[in-house]
Ligand binder design. Sequence first.
Ligand SMILES: [Zn+2]
Ligand SMILES: [Zn+2]
Length: 341
Amino acid sequence: MLAALLYGQEDLRLEQVPEPIPAEGEVVIQVGAATTCGTDLKVWRRGGHAKMLTPPTLFGHEAAGTIVAVGTGVTNWQVGNRIVANNSAPCMKCFFCQRQEYSLCPNLTWNNGTFAEYLKIPAPIVQQNMLRLPDELPFALAAMTEPLACVLHGVARSQVKPQDRVVVLGDGAIGLMFVAVLAAKAEVLLWGGNDQRLEIGKKLGASQTFNYHQVADIPGVVQALTEGWGADVVIEATGVPSVWEIAIACARPGATVNLFGGCPKDTTITVNTEKLHYSELTLKGVFHNTPEYVRAALSLIASRKIPFELLISEQRPLKDLEQVFADMKARQVIKVAMLPC
Ligand SMILES: [Zn+2]
Ligand SMILES: [Zn+2]
């Protein structure tokens, strides 16, 4: 079958590899659609990821498709089932899993390889994090379950109250998903660097959008819009240390700052101790998702209450993958649904 392999920094190759065969507890799906992700771009540019993978490796982690083979011991799934599988599953046994802190599980089983014709789903994911799709739900929409699950996890940890003024920094798919989910109950101010994405942010419910190329003093503008106090909640969705510092500067006393975008290894930020202490800030790191949010994400997508299709810039055949990564690097597309035919 045709599959993408990541060899290192900006070195992604489409190659013929053997089709996967499911071992005990595993299933194999024919990929219906695999969506690209900001994390893929980051991993491709950095040539690896501390937790998810080590090159050379099959690549891509958001997909939905149809089961074509089941391993021994798999009882409640059949060939022909349409499914989405999260890219990880917790062990359910460790210190953190026993405390229901599944995203902190040090034994997460990761799965990569969605940019391919077929994808093997490991047994822990089959058991914990594989879900059946409603008949009419397109694969490309269902494939966004994983990033949306991360966002719902982030929203749940952000302590947003009705009518809060929330600043979202970052107009990538994750920032835009935060906008879409939070706009239902809060006033969302979205900052990004790309007018087309900011326009989509408006369609998803942002009450105001700002291009940081045109308005440089982000905390100043936020204060001017909030009687000088700052935002009730700030969501950082870029993964750039200097933007983490800007996020903290945008916060009002008593605010929660969700530092959601993962920064490069070994980077640090500086926090003013006086502001942190006397302003009673909550600085919250939030990583990845849990089985609860994977389920919540699929049901939100399937409800069709939010037009998540706005995040899919285009559909492309798998053979165009290298070009698609170049387009992502140039920020010409948000998400692309790769179709393996
Ligand atoms: Zn992703
Ligand atoms: Zn665990």
